[in-house]
Design a protein around this ligand. Structure first.
Ligand code: LAC
Ligand code: ZN
Length: 472
């Protein structure tokens, strides 16, 4: 891809930025620390001419006014934990929001938290916990992902089944538009139908329509109990039966339903950092992590345990382990979270985050396997993910390490996704990586509408250019 080059003397811009944010918060070339020049996984390099670190919404706005006047591209950076190159700067300015990391207010009565965009997910979860609440969006990269990045990508994760995606936990945002206008809608009400809900346009727009600077988050009351189990499951049909039974009988208490296919589970067990026997032995066809919120006092836990017993009696599950301590719970989740990241360190590596209807999941997996086996027999594919949401992750590795081969594998997988009328991105977004495939999941008219919105919001294409829609 051709890089977009600023059309003015960057030295001058550097001085203007320094007046706004202070000299030490503007860096160029080799002064820019490596953590700003690549995503955390090392998938995408970033080559900003300048890095700027504003400390407030007013500073973000002033920086954007400079960029707008001179048509200089700006790519925002949150925690850099994204997987699709969404923060990769292809020339111009990278804007890191990491100085804006305050939790400004926690309001237990309203169940809200006001934060700056650069705050870490983990800090938000801890602050919520200290007030008897939870922030329910959760995933493995909680120690590096920021709220701003999560809003920009409409992040999903492990609790979508119960609490929805990021957009369901954001009541209001403050954002800076391409021309430096600050739009603030930091309201705390759950219901608000006064005209277009513009925040939802920005949520999931990957920094291409505006830069989110602050957010009013929606918290939820902390449940009084939680139970986590790992099940060896007979097949996808049995998993579906287990999922729907738990949903019906725990009345909204089912928080997570993650599936891991046998080959993923084996790799994950091999890569474990902790010693000792795995929670369940390898060799079963499918594994499910099930987590419910249950009140120990009203019999919810007992009902959960009885249901698990009945799954074994009915032959849906051959073996089950129930975590009886936080340590055992962590040992179960480690297989799903940390090891996914360890596997992602393999090279060559391709990661997918597709979604299809749950009823089609088994057929989808076997079609992908069959297609890859014929087209690229040396490739290995590992399946796992948020099956309760119809969202699968696939890691493909072991193939000849070149771009053309990677694109061909992606085409094969996305062709199957199209056959099943699924999405090429359930949660990670499009960024740079999936841009060539957007047309497989969105119609021409939908893409044209996106382009028209982009043109209105960012007429000179300075906001995270090249992402989602590519060049105009
Ligand atoms: C996960 C991330 C990769 O679910 O989406 O592990
Ligand atoms: Zn995921």
């Amino acid at each position: 891809m051709e890089s977009v080059k600023p059309q003015m003397d960057l030295g001058n811009i550097r001085d203007l930025f320094a007046d706004i944010v202070g000299t030490r918060h503007v860096m160029g070339g080799d002064e820019i620390e490596p953590r700003y020049k690549s995503d955390l996984m090392g998938f995408y390099e970033s080559k900003p001419d300048l890095l700027v670190r504003p400390g407030s919404t007013a500073e973000v706005a002033a920086v954007l006014r400079v960029c707008y006047d001179r048509t200089v591209p700006v790519s925002p950076i949150g925690g850099n934990s994204g997987l699709v190159g969404g923060t990769s700067c292809i020339g111009g300015v990278s804007m890191a929001l990491d100085r804006m990391a305050k939790v400004e207010q926690v309001d237990w009565a309203n169940m809200t938290m006001l934060v700056e965009a650069g705050v870490l997910l983990q800090s938000v979860q801890e602050q919520a916990g200290a007030h008897g609440a939870i922030f329910p969006v959760d995933f493995g990269a909680r120690g590096s992902a920021t709220i701003g990045g999560m809003i920009a990508t409409n992040a999903g994760g492990n609790k979508v089944l119960r609490y929805g995606m990021m957009r369901d936990s954001v009541l209001g945002i403050e954002a800076v538009l391409a021309d430096g206008t600050i739009v603030s809608g930091l309201r705390s009400t759950l219901k608000d139908n006064a005209g277009y809900d513009w925040k939802h346009l920005l949520i999931g727009s990957e920094g291409t329509l505006g830069i989110v600077t602050r957010a009013m988050l929606r918290l939820r009351p902390a449940a009084s109990g939680m139970r986590t189990a790992l099940l060896a499951v007979r097949d996808v049909a049995a998993a579906t039966h287990i999922l729907r039974t738990l949903e019906a009988k725990t009345v909204g208490g089912l928080v997570s339903f993650e599936l891991m296919w046998a080959d993923y589970y084996e790799q994950a067990i091999d890569a474990r950092r902790v010693a000792g026997a795995p929670p369940l032995r390898t060799g079963y066809p499918l594994y499910a992590i099930v987590e419910i919120e249950a009140d120990a006092d009203d019999g919810g836990e007992d009902r959960f345990l009885a249901m698990l017993g009945s799954f074994m009696e009915e032959g849906l599950s051959a073996d089950i382990i129930i975590a009886s301590s936080e340590r055992e719970r962590a040992a179960i989740w480690e297989i799903r979270e940390n090891i996914g990241e360890a596997m992602a360190a393999k090279r060559p590596f391709l990661g997918f985050d597709i979604s299809v209807g749950l009823a089609q999941l088994a057929a989808f997996v076997s079609d992908v396997r069959r297609r890859l086996c014929t087209a690229v027999p040396e490739a290995e594919a590992f399946f796992y993910g948020h099956a309760g949401d119809g969202n699968l992750h696939i890691i493909v590795t072991g193939y000849r390490d070149d771009e053309a081969m990677a694109r061909s594998i992606e085409s094969h997988v996305y062709a199957v996704v199209a056959d099943f009328k699924g999405s090429i991105s359930a949660e990670h977004g499009i960024g740079l990586h999936k841009m060539p495939f957007l047309g497989q999941t969105r119609s021409r008219e939908e893409i044209q509408l996106m382009r028209r919105l982009k043109l209105v919001m960012d007429p000179s294409n300075i906001l995270n250019p090249g992402k989602v829609l590519g060049e105009p």
